[in-house]
Design a protein around this ligand. Structure first.
Ligand SMILES: [Zn+2]
Length: 105
């Protein structure tokens, strides 16, 4: 397990970031993909936006974007049967158990 997965397991959604290059390093990595320097880790904003979504039975799955950079796939916990592209969502739950698990609301 890498640091990202370890923290995810505890319910923390974090990203690596390079202060030298002033950029988010995503997918998360121990090293900056630009200057190969060490990264810093920090929490990601819980406010995201739907980029794409689809329905499987009564479940809505979507790709959501956070901080205009970080894209993850998760399940939308909604009473509405439809989602909208550009809709604002919030990360309500995340975990790691063999795979990533994200729940949006
Ligand atoms: Zn860098």
């Amino acid at each position: 397990m890498n640091k990202f997965e370890e923290e995810l397991k505890k319910g923390n959604f974090i990203t690596s970031e390079c202060h030298k290059c002033d950029k988010i390093v995503w997918p998360p990595s121990e090293y900056c993909d630009n200057c190969f320097g060490n990264v810093n880790w920090r929490k990601i904003s819980e406010n995201g936006e739907i980029i794409e979504w689809s329905k499987k039975g009564s479940d809505v799955f979507c790709i959501a974007e956070f901080e205009k950079t970080i894209r993850i796939m998760g399940k939308l916990n909604t009473k509405n049967t439809d989602a909208k592209i550009g809709q604002h969502i919030q990360l309500s739950e995340c975990s790691f158990n063999q795979g990533y698990r994200f729940i949006f609301m």
